[in-house]
Design a binder for this molecule. Sequence first.
Ligand SMILES: [Zn+2]
Length: 720
Amino acid sequence: MPPLEEGVIEQILADERLPAGLVLDPFGASPRLVLEAAQSGRTVLVAANNPVTRFVLQHTLQPFKLGELQAALSHLAAIPKDDTRMERFILDLYRSTCTRCGEAISVEFFVWDPELGGPTHKVYSCDHCAHTGESPTTEDDWDRALDFSRRGLQHALALEQVAPAGDPDRQHAEVALSVYPGRAIYALITITNKIDQLALDESLLRALHALLLSAFDGANALWSYPEGRERPRQLRASQRYREQNIWRALEQAVETWAMEQPDLQVTDWPIDSPMQAGTIAIYPGTVRDLMETVDPAQISLLLTVPPRHNQAFWTLSALWAAWLWGRETAAPIKVALRRRRYDWSWHAAALRTVLTGLAASIKSDTPVISYLPEAEPGFIAAVLSGFNAAGFALQGRALRAGEEQAIFHWNVDSAAQIACGKKKREERMRSSGRHILTSRAEPSAYPLLHAAAWSDLVAEELLESIREAEGRQFMQVMGESLEAVLGNRKTFLHMGRGAEVESGLYWLHDPPFAEASLTDLVERRVLESLRKEGWIYAYELDKHICEQLPGLLTPDRRLITVCLRSYAEGPDADSRWRLRAEDYAAARQEDCAEIRRLLVNLGSQLEFEVGEGEMIKWLGDDGEVAYAFQIMETAIWAGVLQSDAVDGITYVIPGGRAELVAEKARRDPRLQDWLQGGPPVIKFRLVRRLIAETTLTRENLRERLAIDPPEHQDPQLPLL
Ligand SMILES: [Zn+2]
């Protein structure tokens, strides 16, 4: 399922500018979206064509009770199988011996190395000697595992249930099946073929299906070991994968499905009576078919998390649906078996196909909002192009590049498309890039420039003509144009790692002067917000800053957090962040005045002539400036960096800014170079220490200024 963060949909719907009334989700890819929309009091109509997603959706909205899941599992456990019970039978498939005490165990999971062709490790906990963890496998373990690699009856049945002999998709089904270890197929099909014997009532049967779905998902070889961060998207075995004990997978699934009861009304669509507010209606088909059954005037808002292509999930959905509910239920998604390769051009076309007709049928003032988790450039391009081609006009955009989150606001398109040849396209991309870098006033990464270029072309109705002119090459042509534009050294500088267009940062060859960069603005806003009340909730702050710096200026959460930590302490028991005592305006002013005094005194002690202006200047015997100090309470440097006077000035900052300075340097190579070039920045505490140091002389001063750079947490002053 798309990793949709909690509260996002609720936040979107809290916007008072959105009309009340029925929300339509044309893709039904995210159960969380539907859940939160309904919890916000909306009536929701959702098209869910994939039977697996639909099942998850239904049971997220109306979860099983823990007792139902446990009962379903114990019914299954008790089915007789080969002189024993099903539970024992399945556990025995994974029997092995404890490495430490030699007693019989049932392994939690084996770790396979597909290149070696077998399980190299086993993970278990031993009931006899309490040994737990990972142990190397034995020859017996290998032999048992390989016993199942021969294709037996269960494998034939697994295949038959998806694509019987003569079915044109049979070979594709076979490929899909090959991502399962032989033993998993054996266990799973043994179980599914016994379910009918149980004669369970409908709710227990569905509970059992839920447990099996989790086992289907957990038992394939796509999940890597140790677990990676990414969910698998390609249908291929991982470098090292777990072979899950199917019975353990079923047991663990009980927890997964026993979700909190949201207490919602859910119904199948279509219904005869009018829908009550807060009800969710699920249509088991595509939005195209759905629209034949609905009065478009009823729809007040389109809200969706567009799916991203996921070969693994789509293909396996076809298998799982066939195994659990039969070929007929699986039929609408069976085509996924056939398709091996997905790219973003295909995806853009697929989104367009699903959405075409929708724009023409809904009311022209219906807002359309698409929210994208995992918003990498290709996905953004596909969504922008797909929605636009389906007849929607872009009204608003925001990208939080660090978190890969994007949101697009559309309405029904009435404008005519405008022709856009190569020259115009590249000219437009260049000005988009210039504009976004100028507004951010700092080097920025490729995804931002990409999003700016694409969304500007869409907003100005230029993209559609490019798509029509270039056909299937369209995405590639756009990519080449953007690469050519960004590669033009007269306009853009490419900073940092690698020559790849997607890597490093981009900046302007000839940037206009900016007093503060985006990063600086965030810092300033954080400080202002904190000084208002003296405390703030991190969440309120995030919201406030996103409102002030919208669209492609939306700052990363990490940056906001580092700014917050620089000026505040928290969170306390009430989740509040409190302004540091020393960062209240008055306290900080006093602090700065003290440092100023100390610098004046220190200059005099070292027998410089001291000039006191905005800067404190120490003049040497020749009357020239030997040292110049600028006291700063913030780390707002963009203006400073661009001024000619920057060289030779030492900036004196509070120690609390140190982490923020490091974060800013990490994000901005200009700042990094500057900091590496000498000791341009020192902390207040260094001034306090130097004044107390009796061995300080003009000769060792420069060296002393460098001993406590901002990034140092705990400096050791030399003893002598
Ligand atoms: Zn043991």
